[in-house]
Write a protein that binds this ligand. Structure first.
Ligand code: RB5
Length: 154
């Protein structure tokens, strides 16, 4: 069971529309409120539009966590990690998903619908939801992320 039930904002492009629907269903089934920013069908769209919608909300603290999906997951993770306070983790296996929470406290999980199957994707989501952040020395390391934003804006 997930350690908490805070709402999740999700988004995808056309390549991951099917997977997004499955992930959404899973989240709803386990009692998590889902904000789905699209896309809402398989028509071709540009992944940055949806990555920006999700990552900007997480960056602004409007949502604590999000899930992004595209064909490889690469484009979505590139877009998401441009936003301050976003720690987006592209995961293709359970170990990475678990460690992205334990050590990196990832706040956006990214999935590649053309890379992994639906069943593995949902297992990755489940592991991500269930795994807590370890804090301690890992928090110290994450604190250093803030210096990147400061360095860029100085
Ligand atoms: C769309 O064809 C594809 O480029 C996109 O889903 C994603 O894989 C980009 O990184």
């Amino acid at each position: 069971m997930p350690e908490k039930r805070t709402p999740i904002i999700i988004g995808c492009d056309h390549a991951a529309y099917d997977l997004k629907e499955k992930v959404k269903l899973f989240l709803i089934e386990i009692g998590i409120d889902v904000e789905d920013v699209g896309c809402h069908n398989e028509g071709s769209v540009d992944y940055p539009d949806f990555g920006i919608k999700v990552a900007s909300m997480v960056s602004a603290g409007k949502f604590e966590r999000g899930i992004l999906m595209c064909g490889t997951g690469i484009g979505m993770s590139m877009v998401a990690n441009k936003f301050p306070h976003v720690r987006a983790a592209l995961c293709t296996d359970l170990f990475s998903s678990i460690m992205s929470k334990r050590h990196n406290n990832s706040n956006i999980l990214v999935l590649g619908a053309r890379v992994i199957g639906d069943i593995l994707a949902v297992e990755i989501v489940k592991a991500w939801l269930e795994t807590p952040f370890e804090g301690g020395r890992h928090q110290r390391r994450l604190d250093k992320f803030d210096r990147i934003d400061t360095a860029i804006t100085d």
